[in-house]
Design a protein around this ligand. Structure first.
Ligand code: ZN
Ligand code: ZN
Length: 91
């Protein structure tokens, strides 16, 4: 399922994009829904920065849904991000 992202003003944005607010601050776009379909709004998710285990990469912004603990990774995890034992990286 393709994930859609919105900025703080609710306008459609690119994953990880910084949106300039009217007061001059910048805020990241967030995914619209968690992997289980809950709508993510202010106060319904926890954003965490997850350093990527792959050398030379920055990391992933993660949004953890409070309702189901489902996590959206931005950019999405690929096969290189998984641990050798097949476990999900910890956030
Ligand atoms: Zn990664
Ligand atoms: Zn959820």
């Amino acid at each position: 399922m393709r994930q859609h992202y919105v900025g703080p003003d609710g306008r459609r944005g690119e994953p990880g994009q910084l949106v300039r607010l009217s007061d001059g601050r910048a805020a990241e776009t967030r995914p619209v829904r968690c992997p289980n379909g809950h709508v993510l709004a202010h106060g319904t998710f926890t954003p965490v920065w997850l350093p990527c285990r792959v050398e030379g990469r920055n990391g992933h912004r993660t949004h953890r849904c409070h309702a189901c603990d489902g996590v959206v990774y931005t950019p999405p995890l690929d096969e290189h991000c998984w641990r050798d034992d097949g476990q999900h990286p910890q956030t």
